[in-house]
Design a protein around this ligand. Structure first.
Ligand code: GLA
Length: 380
């Protein structure tokens, strides 16, 4: 979907082409999974796929939304205390409410939006949606100068917490707001400090394999993982697992119980792996980066228990076929496998894995080429 197409739909729906256009992307994450809500580090980058919206203030208090991809239309009052029932409209509604709390006078508007981030792929289509509207509504009804990108990212995160029921960390919204073409970002989720890392791995590429399955039952297993981490942190007497040492973790193992212990063990291990990847990137040591990715997958699968048969299969096949690194990406329970692969192996492996997956599960997986793109912006 490009700007002309979205304006065309806007014109058909609302009878005018006088609308602004905004966009915000989904994301990938090289390493640092389930570390954000533990005060740790993440290593995401925005992708070129995202959500695009055409929007204009309509001079009333009514919001009129058309989600073009699913052909769904809905309305609600901007200050309605309940908001719409449709999950995807709740992102737009929630973000509007959050901005109001920050002093933006959000009123009625007409909007059409569409996207090309595959849903349920672990690429954060929902952060793309909330960040696109966080940016657009602030620009339309307030002033972007008064808010940092992190403020807007936090409005998106609060929307997930309060209006959707997923107690997510800040990674996805951070990446969607701050993305920069050609660069990954390392974010310290405790301090909010971050650094851009130009991503130019000579001889290597990133590949996403979308398993096209999603096993998660609305947010609860995710929240459950987070609760386990908070439980262990509390027992260890630290604010988040970021501050928990291996010795502290071992000391409370009995008390924590085996399940929470293993989950925390994954998180501590992941902190070490992020550090190892940062060091390896300084030396252009992509073999080491890949090795850490496989270790992350093992931890996510065995200790954190957020993988599934389909993703374990993809990662195993990657390893057998000499792919440098591979792991499940994002929250888990399906979605994408992210691979770091030598350029010359890319096409052959892409071909092979699609056939192997089809033969094993009788369903298609999809190869997604990764290009690192820009964060939320006004398109015109
Ligand atoms: C989801 C959440 C993020 C993060 C990842 C796992 O994408 O929205 O905050 O916790 O899962 O790394």
């Amino acid at each position: 979907m490009n700007a002309d197409q979205i304006i065309e739909i806007f014109k058909n729906k609302f009878g005018s082409d006088e609308a602004r256009i905004y966009a915000a992307p989904g994301r990938i994450n090289l390493i640092g999974e389930h570390t954000d809500y533990n005060g740790g580090f993440v290593f995401p980058g925005a992708v070129t796929q995202g959500i695009m919206a055409a929007i204009r203030a309509n001079g009333t208090n009514e919001v009129r939304l058309y989600a073009a991809d699913v052909d769904e239309y809905g309305t609600y009052m901007a200050d309605d205390p309940e908001g719409p029932a449709q999950r995807h409209f709740r992102y737009v509604y929630g973000v509007g409410r959050e901005l109001m709390e920050k002093g933006v006078e959000v009123k009625g508007f007409d909007a059409v939006y569409a996207g090309d981030v595959p849903l349920g792929a672990g690429m954060s289509s929902s952060a793309a949606l909330s960040c696109c509207f966080a940016y657009a509504l602030t620009d339309l009804f307030g002033s972007l100068d008064k808010f940092s990108k992190m403020d807007l990212a936090k409005a998106g995160q609060a929307t997930e917490h309060k209006y959707i029921g997923v107690n997510c960390g800040i990674m996805d919204q951070f990446a969607s707001m701050h993305g920069r073409e050609g660069s990954l970002m390392r974010l310290d989720c405790r301090s909010g400090e971050f650094r851009y890392y130009p991503w130019n791995p000579k001889g290597y590429r990133l590949m996403l394999i979308n398993s096209c399955v999603k096993h998660e039952l609305v947010g609860s297993p995710y929240n459950d993982r987070r609760r386990s981490c908070e439980h262990v942190a509390q027992l260890a007497g630290v604010e988040t697992l970021r501050d928990c040492t291996w010795e502290q973790l071992e000391a409370i193992r009995q008390q924590a119980g085996e399940e929470d212990y293993r989950r925390a063990r994954y998180v501590l291990g992941e902190a070490d792996r992020v550090q190892a990847v940062c060091d390896a990137l300084e030396r252009d040591d992509y073999k080491m980066v890949g090795k850490q990715m496989y270790l992350t997958h093992k931890g996510l699968s065995e200790d954190y228990e957020v993988s599934c048969e389909e993703l374990d299969f993809l990662v195993e096949e990657a390893q057998k076929n000499g792919v440098t690194g591979a792991r499940i990406m994002g929250g888990g329970f399906g979605g994408c496998c992210i691979c770091l692969i030598e350029e010359q192996k890319y096409c052959e492996f892409a071909d092979y894995i699609q056939k192997a997956y089809k033969a094993r599960f009788d369903t298609e997986c999809k190869i997604i080429d990764v290009e690192i793109g820009n964060g939320a912006r006004r398109v015109r």
